[in-house]
Design a binder for this molecule. Structure first.
Ligand code: LER
Ligand code: MN
Length: 282
């Protein structure tokens, strides 16, 4: 499994669960990439304002300077900044939301990375019934999954906890939805913070998702770096090995007590997995 740490380029998300922030997007990217490399991470996960910023921030240069990969790109600014949702009652807003993500997919794919659909999935409310919202979600995932595949990528869909969505809060339900609707080229982002709230047994839930696990947000129960809360990392690591997961463990956590400490604890927790469970353990 590979390690990644989050870098936030969105000023409105200054208080969000991302390890590296900055006084400016350029500074966040510069400092985040430098510290990620110094600490030994394989990659960074970037949360940009949109495709334009991602295209114009010399991401390729920063990654090359530090020998890093791009693990994934978050699309949450589409919601935080523009209030775009893939399940909105207004078809024009749903189309804008799709377009926003399509453009992000194009740039992320140039760097070999998938895009995450998290908060842009929205929720069912008001005039939009659950059935309607799930139709809209399925249509968007079909469309964006095909678009990602055309660029040699998969798309990542992230179930969130009940305070952030009412669509899918458990990874197993989301896996059944993808399988049942025949949605291809879309994998699940399993965020251990959300799973700590929603799953009876996070390790078993990961095993049930099997090869649909496409990315992992490596966060403790309190959304701080792994080792800060009460999540047991060993059963999670064993479950991921059992399903042959070879993707990223990416720290989407608060920069507490500070960014460097959170990043350092994260990389230590990932390295410690080798001693907890040998790589050959089924
Ligand atoms: C939001 O809580 C989250 O986990 C993000 O990864 C979604 O954009
Ligand atoms: Mn997450």
């Amino acid at each position: 499994m590979k390690s990644a740490v989050t870098v936030c380029l969105v000023s409105e998300a200054r208080q969000g669960p991302f390890v590296f922030h900055g006084a400016s997007p350029a500074e966040a990217l510069h400092v985040g990439c430098r510290r990620a490399a110094e600490l030994g991470f394989d990659a960074v996960e970037v949360f940009p304002t949109g495709a334009e910023q991602l295209a114009d921030c010399d991401l390729a240069g920063r990654l090359a300077d530090h020998g890093l990969r791009l693990a994934a790109v978050g699309s949450g600014a589409g919601w935080v900044r523009h209030k775009l949702s893939l399940t909105h009652g207004d078809a024009r807003i749903r189309t804008e939301a799709r377009d926003f993500i399509e453009l992000l997919i194009n740039i992320a794919a140039d760097h070999g990375a998938p895009v995450i659909i998290g908060s842009m999935q929205g929720r069912h409310e008001g005039e939009v019934s659950r059935a309607d919202a799930l139709e809209h979600l399925a249509a968007a995932l079909h469309h964006l999954g095909r678009h990602a595949a055309g660029r040699g990528q998969t798309l990542l869909y992230e179930p969130l906890n009940r305070y952030e969505t009412n669509l899918f809060t458990q990874v197993g339900e989301a896996a059944s939805f993808l399988r049942g609707r025949g949605i291809h080229h879309v994998k699940l982002l399993c965020d251990l913070f959300h799973m700590n709230i929603e799953e009876a047994d996070p390790a078993a839930a990961l095993v049930a998702c099997g090869d649909l696990v496409g990315h992992v947000h490596w966060a403790d129960s309190n959304r701080r770096a792994m080792g800060s809360g009460h999540t047991a990392a060993a059963p999670i690591a064993l479950a991921l090995r059992h399903i042959g997961y070879a993707g990223y463990l990416s720290a989407e956590v608060f920069p507490l007590p500070d960014a460097d400490t959170a990043a350092g604890m994260t990389i230590d927790s990932i390295r410690a997995l080798d001693t907890i469970a040998p790589r050959s353990t089924p």
